[in-house]
Write a protein of this length. Structure first.
Length: 404
């Protein structure tokens, strides 16, 4: 039983007002709100456990280490990875992708090698590869999309050459909401002997992820988008790959022994975790994953799918409404434009009505160009949003429309 009122009561911020109106928070694609269970865990750890991890013999350090490593196990279970050695804590999706770009770039990529991305990527899955174009002379190949916002798999199949070294694509588009067929994408790449990185920033919060089922070699997501704290994220990497790659940053934690003659590196996953990790945030992330797991990812998905269906239907009835992204398999993201109202004007006026949406290019400028727009308004739903909030959004948009 999905008890939305009980769920909402776990998120104190949802009870606040902005401009004297009840907050309608529809910017979950940017970041999600945090339940008490997460914030309480952070406060509790700072007040009663805090000590640096992995390096102290004393009681608190050992307790903090146990919590941190238990969190890694929670993440492993959430992704269904084979081992905690495959779970690297990072600051978020951006850092996870940069880690792969940097280490994979160093270990594998040579002048003229090719990396495949898609037209619907977030900048954080474009720019790290472009840096490698400049630094190592690699080439980016781009999977085109259809007008509805789906990947052209026929074109994808044609992009493979004997220089293809990696495929890096998003699981769910943060603009179009398209859920990409990542299993098929991975299988096609593996048929060419090419590894795959999946950007899971927009999928981990909304659907059950099983990295073994997808078959991918790397998977990245951010804690703050899945009801966890900011500043923590995850890179899943197949052990064979993480073993093969050189370290990312150097420093404490990632070494076994250091001398001026020879330094040896720590075991996985610590080889990739230089310096003091955010061991409090990892606890918060684990509580967030516990939270969504207890609700059930399938129940969350069903709730959000129903909300997205309802919102799409209601939005379509607004005169001048143009939906950007109409793939049949969509997640809880709706991008739109109304008549020739500038997205920024729409967003600003909705804000005065207490409705938080995102406007602009959503860190996906190439996608904006592909869709022939400068920007969009984006409503993105979370596990706590309601039909009533969709009604407020629709009434708000209609009110703005009539003003113009
Ligand atoms: N990838 C996608 C698809 C995203 O939507 C985002 C954030 O909006 C990111 C990557 C970057 O995530 P972060 O800023 O948490 O590193």
């Amino acid at each position: 039983m999905y008890d939305i009122e009980k769920i909402r009561a776990d998120f104190p911020i949802l009870g606040r007002e902005v401009y004297g109106r009840p907050l309608v928070y529809l910017d979950n694609g940017a970041t999600t709100q945090k339940p008490r269970q997460v914030v309480d865990a952070l406060v509790n750890e700072y007040y009663s456990v805090n000590a640096n991890v992995h390096r102290g013999v004393h009681f608190l350090s050992q307790q903090a280490t146990q919590l941190h490593e238990a969190s890694r196990e929670t993440v492993r279970r959430f992704l269904n990875a084979r081992s905690t050695a495959e779970i690297v804590f990072t600051r978020g999706t951006t850092e996870s992708i940069n880690l792969v770009a940097s280490c994979f770039g160093e270990a594998v990529l040579k002048l003229g090698d090719e990396v495949i991305v898609s037209e619907m990527e977030h900048h954080s899955n474009i720019v790290p590869w472009q840096l490698l174009e400049q630094r190592r002379g690699i080439r980016l190949r781009v999977i085109p999309i259809t007008d509805a916002g789906e990947l052209r798999l026929d074109e994808y199949a044609r992009l493979f050459t004997d220089r293809t070294r990696l495929v890096s694509v998003t699981h769910v588009s943060n603009v179009l909401g398209t859920v990409n067929p990542v299993r098929e994408i991975t299988a096609m790449a593996h048929a060419h002997g090419v590894p795959v990185l999946i950007d899971g920033a927009q999928s981990a919060p909304h659907l059950a992820v099983d990295v073994q089922d997808i078959g991918c070699d790397f998977f990245a997501f951010s804690g703050h988008k899945v009801y966890g704290p900011t500043g923590i994220g995850v890179l899943y990497g197949r052990e064979e790959w993480l073993d093969r790659l050189p370290p990312y940053m150097g420093g404490g934690e990632m070494i076994r022994s250091v001398s001026f003659e020879k330094t040896t590196f720590n075991d996985l996953p610590f080889k990739f975790e230089a310096g003091t990790p955010d061991y409090v945030a990892s606890t918060g992330l684990a509580r967030a994953l516990d939270y969504v797991t207890a609700l059930g990812m399938d129940a969350i998905r069903a709730h959000e799918q129903e909300l997205t269906r309802y919102a799409t239907e209601r939005l379509r009835s607004i005169p001048g409404m143009r939906l950007i992204g109409e793939a049949p398999c969509k997640d809880a993201v709706i991008s739109f434009l109304v008549g020739d109202i500038h997205p920024l004007d729409m967003g600003t006026l909705l804000d005065r009505l207490g409705i938080a949406v995102r406007t602009g290019h959503h860190c996906a400028e190439p996608l904006m160009r592909r869709m022939g727009v400068e920007g969009t308004v984006r409503a993105s739903f979370g596990l706590y949003n309601t039909r009533e909030e969709v009604d407020v959004l629709v009434a708000g948009i209609d009110r703005v429309r009539k003003m113009f």
